[in-house]
Design a protein around this ligand. Structure first.
Ligand SMILES: NC(=O)c1ccc[n+]([C@@H]2O[C@H](COP(=O)([O-])OP(=O)(O)OC[C@H]3O[C@@H](n4cnc5c(N)ncnc54)[C@H](OP(=O)(O)O)[C@@H]3O)[C@@H](O)[C@H]2O)c1
Length: 321
């Protein structure tokens, strides 16, 4: 018999034995997941079966393994392509999220009405030091920063929101207020940042995006804060504008689910935003990704999905190459 089912049966029997009223609600804990299970059946036997079915359905629907609920992750850039997936995936794992957004109203549109215990929203523009009151980091255990703007002039630069201001000033401002107790700062950067003077990167860098991203990276590396830097290739899938939480959670990378991870700014290709978001979240729990820089690509084939062990192996293989 499946081990999980066996354990659940034992717990189920144990709960039933202690119940006074079979209509009570009981807190059920397994693998760190707390779930309220309503007793709907009159016999112990039926209850246990129901419990097993519910837990199996729950595990199917969740797709993601549960993670520690003691985390509070500040996501900066949570309305962007990668950021939206990061937030949706964290919420789906029951991890508490705080958002730092220029426009807090976007949070409700994207992620719906959420319990404040689960999703908190702070208003702030990373370019403005005065917006970054250290109180926004109160209780925060981890930060994922996926801010960015376009590499070339566009409407997204309106109001001086240029790569210099977002990727350099913004990242520097943010890193400058991090508490020394922070467990990890994950920064989404880009492939090519160490080669911004070489073709074809020099074209991408015409307005300095790679240079400023590298300056942001260097500032973080020198800060003493435990960090992981993820450098994606050209991003695909999304950005999922006008999407909501449920739709975000159903997004897939299609055929390109396999993941390449390397170090030394050697990879060039494309990276699915879904895979980049997953890499950020997985790296929070992998000790040896601390102080490391990884580049990431998506390719055709089966991928690690949200399996922590597979991600661990991918990061480890890149590190020890
Ligand atoms: N596009 C590519 O092919 C590519 C390749 C490699 C790396 N990257 C990098 O990967 C990262 C994620 O890319 P993406 O396409 O998912 O991002 P995106 O959709 O462009 O989202 C950018 C996010 O940054 C936020 N932001 C911009 N300026 C800000 C500011 N001054 N203060 C606070 N927040 C600000 C935006 O918030 P608002 O809602 O307020 O605008 C948005 O949430 C970026 O760093 C990007 O440069 C991209």
């Amino acid at each position: 018999m499946d081990m999980v089912v066996l354990v659940m049966m034992k717990v189920g029997v144990c709960i039933v034995n202690r119940m006074k009223s079979k209509k009570d609600e009981v807190a059920f804990a397994s693998n760190g997941v707390s779930k309220k299970v309503k007793l709907l059946f009159t016999t112990n036997y039926k209850f246990v079966l129901r419990l097993i079915v519910e837990m199996n359905v729950y595990q199917e629907a969740s797709k993601y393994p549960s993670a520690s609920t003691s985390k509070l992750v500040l996501v900066v850039g949570g309305t962007g392509g990668v950021g939206q997936i990061v937030v949706a995936s964290l919420l789906n794992r029951d991890i508490k999220v705080r958002l730092l957004l220029r426009d807090p109203e976007k949070a409700t549109k994207l992620f719906g009405e959420q319990d404040e215990e689960k999703l908190q929203v702070c208003k702030g523009d990373t370019r403005n030091q005065e917006d970054l009151d250290p109180s926004i980091l109160e209780g925060v255990t981890h930060v994922i920063c996926c801010t960015g703007t376009t590499a070339f002039p566009s409407r997204r630069w309106d109001g001086d929101n240029t790569p210099e201001r977002v990727d350099w000033d913004g990242v520097r401002n943010l890193v400058s207020i991090l508490p020394s107790t922070l467990k990890r700062f994950v920064l989404v950067s880009s492939v090519g940042v160490t080669k911004s003077n070489e073709l074809p990167w020099s074209i991408m860098n015409l307005f300095g995006v790679l240079k400023y991203k590298k300056m942001g990276e260097d500032f973080l590396c020198d800060s003493g804060i435990p960090y992981t830097i993820i450098r994606p290739g050209r991003l695909t899938d999304g950005p999922y504008t006008s999407y909501d939480l449920n739709t975000l959670l159903r997004a897939t990378a299609g055929e390109r689910r396999a993941v390449l991870i390397d170090q030394g700014d050697k990879l060039v290709g494309e990276a699915s935003r879904l895979v980049v978001a997953e890499a950020c979240i997985q790296s929070l729990d992998i000790d040896f990704t601390e102080g490391e820089i990884f580049e990431i690509n998506s390719v055709q084939g089966d991928g690690p999905g949200s399996d922590p062990q597979k991600w661990k192996e991918l990061f480890d293989a890149a590190r020890t190459k």
